[in-house]
Design a protein around this ligand. Structure first.
Ligand SMILES: O=C(O)CCC(=O)C(=O)O
Ligand SMILES: [Fe+2]
Length: 368
């Protein structure tokens, strides 16, 4: 009989939410419980809200995703294990990802791997796990936790990602499962969980990078799922050119769409530029632990727009490349992943606020 108890691990306590009144983004809150409503009118109203949120802010919250705050807290405890002394430096080396060569983050990304600005490297350690948690070996301390990590991957894929994809498909007036079909759990593909731990930096590094911890970017895949946590640092760039902070909502999930969704939707769902900066003063001496699911379409999916969408027929399609030149999700994902934070960027404006690189013929921009 399977054990009913779960392994004992230390409890991770994040700092309390900031007391500072920051310039918060005003994001829509989508009640995911309504996505299961048998009434198609309820679902299409929800889809309208999602499409509106995606088109205006590019980011939105979902609530009522089916797991309790205590269940999600347990997952943050688990995420913290890979960065704790339970895994020593020697063992970390064994599980370090060969990012540049493989175009995959699976395993550890050590601190100081990405270049941020003015010779300053990042201070964020990440551990990425394929949604099939058995695909690779993991550090000893993580092994007893794999059933729970696997459950998190399945919950996020089936109870969060798939409902969101159904709503995004409805927004394009496509059959509800059009995007779900491209995101199989079993199909070959790179959708994965990522744990991220940001460490406070030296005053010199803060100065040299103007407090930017992770440069402004758009995500590579289709949909990014971010379990909300209390350390404020994530900002999104508004159409008015202003950076606004993402506020923590208890047991909510922050959703945004990436480049691959832009390609599939013919520009209907534009990715929003976001970055991570130094937290406000009352949270500055803490580490920041993040729990993410980066979804990409199945490897073989060619990133061409859904021409049959009645919505796209009305509003028109914006292409970044000709259909015949379109990369597959695997090609796009690997090329962007291996280049990220490693390539020589070309400044495009006098203030060096925007830098560019070209990946597979497509211009990718980075904002500091
Ligand atoms: O740490 C965060 O809140 C966001 C990280 C992020 O944007 C990314 O890893 O793509
Ligand atoms: Fe991102």
């Amino acid at each position: 009989m399977p054990s009913l108890t779960v392994p004992q691990i230390p409890h991770y306590t994040p700092p309390p939410r900031t007391k500072e009144e920051l310039h918060w983004a005003d994001l829509a809150i989508i009640d995911l419980a309504k996505a299961q409503d048998p009434d198609p009118v309820v679902r299409s109203e929800l889809a309208r809200q999602v499409a509106e949120a995606s088109k205006t802010q590019g980011f939105f919250y979902v609530v009522n995703h089916g797991w309790s705050a205590a269940q999600v807290e347990r997952m943050f405890d688990i995420a913290d294990v890979v960065f704790s002394p339970a895994v020593d430096a020697e063992e970390k080396k064994v599980y370090t990802a060969n990012i540049k060569q493989t175009g995959s983050y699976q395993g550890y990304k050590p601190r100081q791997y990405w270049h941020i600005d003015n010779g300053v490297q990042d201070q964020v350690e990440t551990y990425s796990i394929h949604r099939d948690v058995t695909m690779r070996q993991h550090p000893q301390a993580l092994r007893p936790l794999l059933p729970e990590i696997g459950a998190l991957a399945r919950h996020t894929h089936f109870d969060v990602l798939h409902p969101v994809l159904r709503l995004l498909a409805l927004g394009l007036e496509l059959p509800e499962d059009s995007l779900v079909k491209l995101h199989g759990f079993e199909a070959p593909g790179a959708s994965h969980l990522r744990f991220m731990k940001y460490h406070p930096r030296s005053p010199e590094d803060e100065l040299k990078t103007k407090n930017v911890w992770l440069k402004g970017h758009t995500d590579i895949g289709t949909v990014t799922v971010l379990y909300s946590q209390p350390v404020s640092a994530l900002q999104i760039l508004g159409k008015d050119g202003t950076w606004r902070w993402i506020k923590h909502i208890e047991n909510a999930i922050v959703i945004n769409t990436g480049d691959s969704m832009e390609f599939l939707s013919g520009g209907f769902y534009q990715p929003t530029i976001h970055r991570v900066v130094q937290p406000p003063a009352d949270q500055q001496n803490h580490t920041r632990l993040g729990l993410f699911y980066f979804a990409l379409a199945d490897f073989e999916v060619r990133l061409v727009p859904f021409e049959e969408s009645p919505m796209l027929k009305r509003v028109g399609i914006t292409r970044r490349f000709e259909d015949k030149d379109a990369p597959t999700q695997e090609e796009w994902g690997r090329a962007r992943t291996s280049a990220y934070g490693k390539t020589q960027l070309k400044a495009t404006s006098e203030e060096r606020k925007v830098e560019e690189e070209v990946i597979g013929g497509v211009i990718v921009r980075h904002y500091s």
